[in-house]
Design a protein around this ligand. Sequence first.
Ligand code: GLC
Ligand code: CA
Length: 557
Amino acid sequence: MSERKPWWEGAVIYELIPRSYSDGNADGIGDLHGLRHRLPYLRWLGVEAIWLTPIYPSPLQDGGYDITDFKNIHPELGDLSAFHRLLTAAHDCNIKVIVDLVLNHTSDLHPWFQRAKWASKGTPERDFYVWSDDPNRFAEAPVLFCKFESSNWEWDEVAQQYYFHRFHKHQPDLNYENPLVQKEMLQVVEFWLKKGVDGFRLDAVPFLFEEEGSRCEGLPKTHDFLKKVRTRIDSINSNALLLAEAIQPAHEAAPYLAEDELHGAFNFALTAHLFAAIATGTSQRLIDCLKKTKEILPGCRWALPLRNHDELWLGDGHLVPEDIVNSIRSGLHQGHGHWLNWGINRRLAPLLNGDPRANRLLHALIYSLPGMPCIYYGDELGMGDWPGLRDRDANRTPMAWTAARNGGFSAAPDPLLTLPPITAPGYDYRVINVEVQKQLPGSILNWHKRMLTCRKLLPALRHGDFELFDSDHPGVIVFARCFKSMKVLVAANLSAAGASFRLDLSKWDGYRTREVLWGCDFPRASKDWFVYLPSYGFSWWLIGEVSDSLQTKVDTI
Ligand code: GLC
Ligand code: CA
């Protein structure tokens, strides 16, 4: 009997911000109804899951990551029945739905916090949050939003104590030492699972517990609680995905992926190395990072984002070495002057100088490396950003659907729009939009669709193991993905110059090699197998004979 793989293994995940995606009732704000009508587009594109940034009631001081009610929908987005309709329609389109779950904190307007500050010291109500008379506790925990905050503690006049917050001061950290907090949050997990969601993106998981003398990240108690979350979901829907946001190097993120804990985690260190490879035109450090990742946790459980709704997180030398951070900062000119907190606050296309070749190359890599490729909405078009907007809003502007007013995002008068659509030169929504790009055969959008179609035909890219090859070329990375009898060889050139190089394919001596994306045969595999890749070029070869039916499908993509 063939082993059944979980749906998320190698699944292509599409992150979107419901407020910025599609406005269904012409009030200027994207909503669940609008999103539901865009599902055919997402199915056409070929994504397998959508991840929605927080959809809950919130004062929206932090993009909805400041929640006032975990068991409801923000009224501007719709209501629980609109959510149900979205979920049903998504499932009808064979698309899974992952929701963001913020375990670490709430909004300071959450009734729990309001109750806590008025409650007497030492009561369970007060102890829903982390309080102290001394703002020097947990001094080794770095301030994450360092652009906005200077301390992790904030004085509360009513409570006459300081409360702890790893993020904005309006986001007090929940106190997981309190069993009532654990109980409430497990109920939240249960609530959404019973509504039918297919998984959770677990926001900021490392920070649930605090301990003196530590960075307050990934403490054993935090793992214990996450295991409880896993047990709870397994008891309701063991098919649901738990995907961790832990912005830590792979060896620190891997413990979340213990068999009895979470299923997946973003590999942010790999993301940084992908950008560094483009910034320097060299591949060695990326190769080293992939080797290390494989040693730490082989397989396809890493989620692979390029960009997301935050800044491109690089850190202070903890996530990746400082020289990697510096090479990105100096090599990607369009990032200059856009540093925010711990990273670069720009979207993918502008960060890559508007160069569609680099955009394709990075996506081609995440589409072929082991893991779950994550597309950030709009990046499939090469959409631009709006530097200067508040906080990370620069990267969160409306999706461009058509050349019509507001990019087809909303029929509301302009002043009502949640954020301005992009009109910057080179990225104007009248050109960079879904409708126009669908009609242009050579567009980046059609390229993404083709790549995802091709990926679906090549299960080795989804489930296969991963083996690096030597190319002896400083700008090139070569690897194979093999699954059952299928072998796919991948090569990518990260430099702006063409690359010709030799590969030793003696292990497949005499096998047929067919380039899938270009649709042509190469010489049979041999010890001295020569390849040429243009500037930022990449290739996927099927190695060996394949069934006629696969061959026909591949040939007609
Ligand atoms: C995560 C989110 C980010 C948010 C923060 C606080 O890092 O991705 O957008 O601001 O958590 O919830
Ligand atoms: Ca709306």
